[in-house]
Design a protein around this ligand. Structure first.
Ligand code: DSN
Length: 426
C-alpha cells in the first residue's frame, strides 16, 4: 500500500510546531517516547470487550497481561483497591461513573464551569447537565477560593445524589474532608475529578482525595504524562450502600457496577494499545524521577505566578498550589480571546478561559489559563519562567504590532531550541 505522505507530512508539521513553541495549555504534556511508541502497536488490532480473564473474545491472553499490569501499577501509585483503566477519556470516565451510581433526573452538585469547573460536572450542553439535574457551587468573589459554605448550603437544599469536586481551571488544593462531611449529612456520594492535578497527588504534593471521596476519576495525559485516556478509581471497594442493583436486580459490589458502566454501559472494546501505553506511563510515575519532575512542576508554577504578579497581572486566588494559574486580564485591557490569538502569533500556546464572575462570554472571556506541566517536561526550571512571562507580557502589550510579534516569535523559537523534544524522531 502506498504510504500516505499527506497525513505523515502533517504529523511531521505538528512535531515541528510542538518543538518550536512554548506549550502552556494546562491540560497538555509531552509523553515519553516509549509511551508514544506503545500507542502505535499491534494491540490496536485486538478486540477485548470485557476485563482481564473474562472477555467476550478469544486471543486476549496477551492484552490481559498489559491491562492487568496497568491496573496493578495504578493501584500501587495511589495505594488503592480498585482501578478501571478502560475509559477512553476523562469525559468517558465521568459518564460511566455517573451511569453506575445515578438515575436520570437525579440531582448532582458540581463547581460551575464558569468558575473553573468542567463540562462533565453538570454543564447544560453536556450529558451530565441533560441526563441529571445539575446544581452548582462557585468560588468566592473576594479571594477566588472554593466557597465551601455555598457548597454546604446547596447540598443541604438540593440534596444531591452526587457531589463532584475537582476543576479544570482552579489553582488551589481541595478540602476533601469537608466535602465528605456534608455529603454524609445529606446522603450523597462524593466524586473527585483529579484530571488536572493527578500527577501532583500521585507523588504526595497535594492532598489525596482517596480517603474522603467514594470515587476518583482522572485523565491520564495531563500531569500524569501518559497517553490520552481516562481512569476510574476507588480507595476501597464495597457492597454499595444505596442498594444499587445491576440490570438483573442483584446487589453488586461497587466495582462490578463501575466495570459494567464502562463496558457495556458506555463503551465497547477497550483501546488495548492505549492501555499498554497507560501501563508504561504508570510504571514511569512509580519512579523517583517522576517525583523530581512533579516537584519541578510545582516550583515552576510558583515562579511563573510570581513573575506575573511582579508585572501587575491578577492571578485568581493570588497564586497556585498546583501546575496551573488563571489570570484575569481585565486590568491589562485585553480579552482572553485576543490574548490567545496574539500569543499564538508568537508561538506561545495557551487557552482563553472565563474567570469567576466574568462579564464576557465563553467565546471571548476575560481570562487566560497557563499550565507548566509541558514546559517542565521540556526541561525548564524556575529561572526560565522569567523569559516565558516576559515573552507573554511583551506579546500582550504589543498585540497590534505585527513586527514586534514576529520578533518575539523568533526569540521564542531560539529559546525553545535549547529544550530538545523527541531527538530520536529526527
Ligand atoms: N479540555 C480539558 C482542559 O483543558 O482542562 C479538560 O477536559
Amino acid at each position: 500500500m502506498q504510504r500516505d505522505t499527506l497525513v505523515f507530512d502533517l504529523i511531521k508539521q505538528e512535531l515541528e510546531r510542538q518543538r518550536r513553541g512554548i506549550e502552556l495549555i494546562a491540560s497538555e504534556n509531552f509523553t515519553s517516547l516509549q509511551v508514544m511508541q506503545a500507542m502505535g502497536n499491534v494491540m490496536t488490532n485486538k478486540y477485548a470487550e470485557g476485563y482481564p480473564g473474562r472477555r467476550y473474545y478469544g486471543g486476549c491472553e496477551i492484552v490481559d497481561q498489559t491491562e492487568q499490569l496497568a491496573i496493578d501499577r495504578l493501584k500501587e501509585i495511589f495505594n488503592i483497591e480498585y482501578a478501571n483503566v478502560q475509559p477512553h477519556s476523562g469525559a468517558q470516565a465521568n459518564a460511566a461513573l455517573m451511569l453506575a451510581i445515578l438515575q436520570p433526573g437525579d440531582a448532582i452538585l458540581g463547581l460551575d464551569l464558569s468558575m473553573g469547573g468542567h463540562l462533565t460536572h453538570g454543564s447544560a450542553v453536556n450529558f451530565s447537565g441533560k441526563l441529571y439535574q445539575p446544581h452548582f457551587y462557585g468560588v468566592k468573589r473576594e479571594d477566588g477560593l472554593v466557597d465551601y459554605e455555598m457548597l454546604e448550603e446547596k447540598a443541604r437544599t438540593v440534596k444531591p445524589k452526587l457531589i463532584i469536586c475537582g476543576a479544570s481551571a482552579y489553582s488551589r488544593d481541595w478540602d476533601y474532608a469537608r466535602i465528605r462531611k456534608v455529603a454524609d449529612e445529606v446522603g450523597a456520594f462524593v466524586m473527585a475529578d483529579i484530571a488536572h492535578p493527578a500527577g501532583l497527588i500521585a507523588k504526595g504534593l497535594l492532598s489525596s482525595p482517596f480517603e474522603h471521596c467514594h470515587f476518583v476519576t482522572s485523565t491520564t495525559h495531563k500531569t500524569l504524562r501518559g497517553p490520552r485516556g481516562g481512569v476510574i478509581m476507588m480507595k476501597k471497594d464495597w457492597e454499595n450502600p444505596f442498594g444499587l442493583k445491576d440490570v438483573k436486580g442483584n446487589l453488586r459490589l461497587m466495582s462490578n457496577l463501575i466495570d459494567m458502566a464502562v463496558f457495556p454501559g458506555t463503551q465497547g472494546g477497550p483501546l488495548e494499545h492505549v492501555i499498554a501505553a497507560k501501563a508504561i506511563a504508570f510504571g514511569e510515575i512509580l519512579t523517583d524521577e517522576f517525583l523530581t519532575y512533579q516537584q519541578q512542576v510545582q516550583k515552576n508554577a510558583q515562579a511563573m505566578a510570581q513573575a506575573f504578579t511582579n508585572r501587575g497581572y491578577q492571578i485568581i486566588s493570588g497564586g497556585t498550589d498546583n501546575h496551573l494559574m488563571l489570570i484575569d486580564l481585565r486590568n491589562k485591557n485585553i480579552s482572553g480571546k485576543k490574548a490567545e490569538q496574539v500569543l499564538g502569533h508568537a508561538d506561545i500556546t495557551a487557552n482563553k478561559n472565563m474567570v469567576p464572575y466574568d462579564d464576557k462570554s465563553a467565546f471571548v472571556t476575560s481570562g487566560i489559563r497557563f499550565g507548566v506541566a509541558a514546559i517542565t517536561t521540556r526541561g525548564m526550571m524556575e529561572d526560565h519562567m522569567e523569559f516565558v512571562v516576559n515573552a507573554i507580557d511583551t506579546t500582550l502589550m504589543s498585540a497590534d504590532d505585527e513586527n514586534k510579534l514576529k520578533e518575539i516569535k523568533k526569540q521564542v523559537n531560539e529559546f525553545m531550541s535549547q529544550f530538545v523534544l523527541y531527538p530520536e524522531m529526527g
